[in-house]
Design a binder for this molecule. Structure first.
Ligand code: PMP
Length: 412
């Protein structure tokens, strides 16, 4: 008897991920890193992580946990000590009262988002994403079976969602709107006055929930007053998930600890997702996060001040280039500049810069500067610079961009 086998045993991806691509940010990073390895003086302004080191007292907290044998599985979604410290952080810094049962901890804010969307979306449910936004929102929504609904917010409106645009995007299938302040990739932030009218729209739509991503809370400038919606509108608190983490604030991207506060039924459903994926966050990283949240906090302001100097340098450098326009961001460590004035320009070798992807690809090849095109975040023609690198490197990168742009033949 002959057994018929399939002709090839090649890998076929699941439908769930078939439409997803590898992150464009990571692709550009990989290309730039390869250029660097090949000996080119490439400056990478693509990475979304602070260049500072994790503070010593945080590393000491992890070392102590190891020495004491705290190296086993922990409680499913966070140790009681860490949850208590997070609840205290929300009270102290944000004026929001979350009981310990309303707190969850995961392997990064990214896993928090994943748990939340996996726990709440049914196929076809819509998630409203003001764009430009962090690229992962789109793909995590898709993996969870949802439909991302992009609402473009351009530079003229400060890259902030307007209440009218939010109201217009709501359908019977809308489950969540995700707001991120200060924002990756624009650095734009929502002040209380920006949030209030959006919260009014939410009050009028009781089925819509709000996920706020406060990852860059501690990186704000010029006296900006950071606020989080759960503190502003108690009537909405039972449908707001407040997401935060230690990655950006304490330069702990590799430790993988994020957390959230929210309605307990949602938090419990998120724990179900986590129980069947990672079981718990790393015990040692949780000890490190505990040390970060309960230790000295002065370094947050010092580091924000250092980011402010870099922001000023980059914004001034970019605005000095004809064809590029950059608004002054309120926070995070990104600028999101328009290159509309250079679209249609021709390079010395005759190449036409017809979009922001072409602009960034050309600058990578010609000037050895890696940046991410706005298209990756859902808005063109823009490009994102991450200025979490030394001032010397930023000076050099700006000089190269300026020199390269001076060789372009302008469209107008
Ligand atoms: N939200 C935003 C807006 C981010 O930029 C990032 C990191 N790039 C995250 C969440 C995830 O952070 P982590 O998983 O490191 O906690």
């Amino acid at each position: 008897m002959t057994v018929h086998m399939p002709e090839t045993a090649g890998f076929v991806p699941a439908d769930r991920i078939a439409t997803l691509g590898v992150s464009e940010i990571l692709q550009i990073g990989a290309r730039a890193a390869a250029m660097k390895r090949a000996g080119r003086p490439t400056i990478i302004l693509g990475a979304g992580e602070p260049d500072f080191d994790t503070p010593e007292h945080v590393k000491a907290g992890a070392a102590q946990a190891m020495a004491e044998g705290r190296t086993k599985y922990t409680a499913l979604d966070g140790t009681p000590e860490l949850k208590a410290a997070i609840a205290e952080k929300f009270r102290r810094e944000n004026g929001v009262d979350y009981p310990v049962g309303a707190i969850t901890v995961a392997a990064g804010a990214k896993q928090i988002l994943f748990n939340a969307l996996m726990a709440s979306l049914n196929p076809g449910d819509e998630v409203i994403l003001p764009t430009p936004c962090w690229t992962s929102y789109f793909d995590i929504v898709r993996i969870a079976g949802g439909v991302p609904v992009a609402v473009p917010c351009d530079g003229a409106q400060g890259f902030r969602l307007s209440p009218g645009d939010l109201a217009a995007a709501i359908t019977p299938r809308s489950r969540w709107v995700i707001l991120n302040s200060p924002s990756n990739p624009t650095g734009a932030a929502y002040a209380e006055a920006d949030y209030r009218p959006l919260l009014d729209v939410l009050l009028a739509h009781p089925r819509l929930w709000l996920l706020v991503d406060d990852m860059y809370e501690h990186i704000t400038y010029d006296g900006f007053r950071f606020v989080t919606p759960a503190a502003l509108e108690p009537r909405l608190k039972d449908r707001i998930l407040t997401v935060n983490g230690v990655s950006k604030a304490y330069a702990m991207t590799g430790w993988r600890i994020g957390y959230a506060g929210g309605p307990e039924a949602l938090i419990r459903a998120m724990a179900v997702v986590q129980s069947q994926s990672t079981s718990c966050p790393s015990s040692i990283s949780q000890a490190a996060a505990l040390a970060a949240l309960t230790g000295p906090q002065e370094l947050l302001a010092e580091r924000a001040e250092s980011f402010r100097r870099r922001r000023d340098l980059v914004v001034a450098g970019l605005n000095a280039i004809a064809g590029i326009e950059c608004r002054v961001p309120e926070g995070a460590f990104y600028t999101f500049a328009s290159c509309a004035g250079l679209i249609g320009a021709v390079t010395p070798s005759g190449r036409v810069i017809d979009c922001d992807r072409a602009f960034c690809a050309w600058l990578l090849e010609e000037a050895d500067v890696a940046m991410v095109p706005g298209a990756a975040f859902g808005l063109s023609p823009y490009f994102r610079i991450s200025y979490a690198t030394s001032e010397a490197e930023l000076h050099e990168a700006l000089a190269r961009i300026t020199r390269a742009c001076a060789t372009l033949t302008r469209p107008h």
